[in-house]
Design a protein around this ligand. Sequence first.
Ligand code: LLP
Length: 427
Amino acid sequence: MPEIGAKMISVKGSRLFIGDVAASDLAGKFGTPIYVYDEETIRSKVRALVQHVAYRPLKVYYAAKANTNLSILRLIRDEGKEAVGIDAVSPGEIELALKAGFRPGQIMFTSTSVTDEEMKFAIGKKVLVNCDSLSQLERYGRLNPNSSVCFRINPDVGAGHHSHVITGGPESKFGVWADDVPKAFAIAAKYGLKIIGMHQHIGSGILETGKFLAAMKVLLSVISKHKGELKDIEFVDFGGGIGVPYGPDQAQIDVKAFGSAVSKLFSDFCSGFGRQLTMALEPGRFIVAESGVLLCTVNTIKQTPKHRFVGVDTGFHHLIRPMAYGSYHPIVVVDCCTSEKTEKVAVCGNVCESGDVFTRDEHGIVDRELPSVNEGDVLAILVAGAYGFSMASNYNTRPRPAEVLVNGKEAKVIRKQEDISHVVYGM
Ligand code: LLP
């Protein structure tokens, strides 16, 4: 059993438990495939971040894209109280955040290739817009002159678990380059915009605090350089990206050390700046990844000359991370997490593409040592709470699974499973 950092997802005997409920009982009760989340894990992550990043004022914008389930947004709001808001990337996420009870002032709209209609939506909902380009800032100024705004820079420093999720540096489409920052000030002046925030997000899945600090220093040096133009600045948003371990060779980021390092850096900066600005962070994965598992049932075992394929009733339409980034996810047989008798298998899905294998890296299949598996066994794909369901699709015209939230002994459905009528709509 891999160490997954979520105390409430544990092995007792040889059985996987989510909260106080055996995973196989959840599979029996609700069926598979199904996403299950542990409430206490999410709450503890929110608490840990707010506690260990001791700098105040602090604003944590949960990056809703990681998991947009309404019940999960509500519990993050409940646990985070006033310290936690929402980083929304679309009108849909703004709407969800409002529905979850966040106030407009607790939401920031950070998107890319944004249309005027999308900005009008955010403005209409009184949500702060974070501009990703000079074009967007100009159009925002025209649409909403004499208002407050934030803009994103590309610090020319990137980090992340895969090239697809590195959002700073020369290959990245995001942000305004440091050299163009004076042009942004000119646009703001033309439309009477107050720049109240400066933002960056360098990438996702960062396990080294050093990379985060290095990027922070770049943004802070841009702010120092333009102190004169930034007389209205209220907050600096350093983005999200705090990683979680997936593979056996990765370790938890030390949140305490992370929190004290970022707090000290920012606090020292503010002393020199002469004003106590608000620090903002936008974690997504850190809050929800370890709370979630995708349960599925083995329906086919097939031996080929090269691999022993274990076929399950889910696929990359439900969890695309292995297929999209070659990401490793721990997998266990829920009622036999540890066993003397193991075999090397390739766990594959039910999508009609050869890439639909959960045990793979970027280049192809990597067989995984699992306890002997039989048809009918339930497997759990772990650390699936972030970018799991939120990236799920109806590819192959298959319904998306239900989502269940466990709190101690209680398990409740927080999103119903789609049925055939969902996937044939519009016909
Ligand atoms: N802020 C901004 C502006 C972002 O674009 C993102 C993520 C975050 C915050 C949150 O990043 P996090 O703390 O979750 O790393 N689908 C990929 C991850 C894509 C992240 C996109 N942006 C994956 O499954 O690894």
